[in-house]
Design a protein around this ligand. Sequence first.
Ligand code: NAP
Length: 329
Amino acid sequence: MKAAVYSKYGPPEVVAIAEVPKPVPQDNEVLVRIHAATITTADWRARSLEIPVGFGLFGRPAFGFFGPRKKVLGMDMSGTIESMGKDVTNFKIDDPVLAMTRSAFGCHAEYQVIAADGLIVRKPENLSFEQATALAFGGTTALDFLRRKGGIQQGERVLIVGASGCVGSAAVQIAKHFGAHVTGVCSTSNVELVRSIGADKVFDYKKQDYTTSAEKFDIIMDTTGTESFAHCQNSLSDGGKLLLVLASLGQNIGIGSPSRKSSKRAIAGVASERIEDLQSLSDMAANGEFMPVIDHVYPLDEIVEAHRRVDSGRKRGNVVISLVRNGDK
Ligand SMILES: NC(=O)c1ccc[n+]([C@@H]2O[C@H](COP(=O)([O-])OP(=O)(O)OC[C@H]3O[C@@H](n4cnc5c(N)ncnc54)[C@H](OP(=O)(O)O)[C@@H]3O)[C@@H](O)[C@H]2O)c1
């Protein structure tokens, strides 16, 4: 089968299309014929070893000391089930599915296997394969931060910094789903996009620093690594939370966090992807409450160009790889 392979860390050009063995499902696995996959900031980090400040020493142990351990990137996929192991009972051949392989990667390929009781759900019928795969990475991250780490409540005032990115555009829609009043922060060219996905208000950071307004927020969620508690503390309401999706090692261990006496909190950490979250997101999409934003869809053969777009740090929502070929349903 065809796959996008890399064998050394570096810029987009380290990735090339190659023939690799087609995976064979184990007894408890399904083989997915992939129609679409995303290139996310996680793929960018694994490919380039651009790791958040302070975490540099962890890059090679995580991804491979002498070169990438997993040669095919891609942590999410949508497609149809081509075959399955003998113990699989919850799926059938040709089922359209959406799945996440997490650190196993391997989705920038024509096929990938995943355990039938892993992170795999049926694709929402109203979403294309491209839209469905674009739901996964940003959606599970935003949902984990807003619901589990942030404890979002109906009627709260929520501000999302980086509202036009993959995680941010999902966070705007998920916060609206929970009944929050949502304010987005983005640059001038993305203001209309952020409004169109449901933000009640938008700050254009090129024109105004939101902390100069008198508004208070129950949750400030930063997906850009530009925020700090010192900068935004006066914009947090009593009991307010700063959620740092992209945080330095120092922020992760509490440097610069509020004092114990403060009612305010700064919360960082790694998002956990869970099957119930993937199902919730799929349900939200089916109900018309969540439509993943797609920046651009590239054919697999343009994988290097697609990586370049991710590396720009300016994508709007998701960069998607299409693997549709003759005979796909
Ligand atoms: N903690 C975790 O477990 C976890 C999970 C997933 C992702 N992450 C991290 O979260 C970060 C965001 O991921 P992503 O996939 O959402 O990134 P992304 O899609 O590449 O974000 C791109 C967006 O960021 C916006 N942006 C850049 N600088 C900005 C600024 N100063 N203010 C407001 N918006 C700004 C850009 O909009 P403009 O062009 O308008 O500026 C662009 O639309 C990544 O660093 C990723 O590693 C962490």
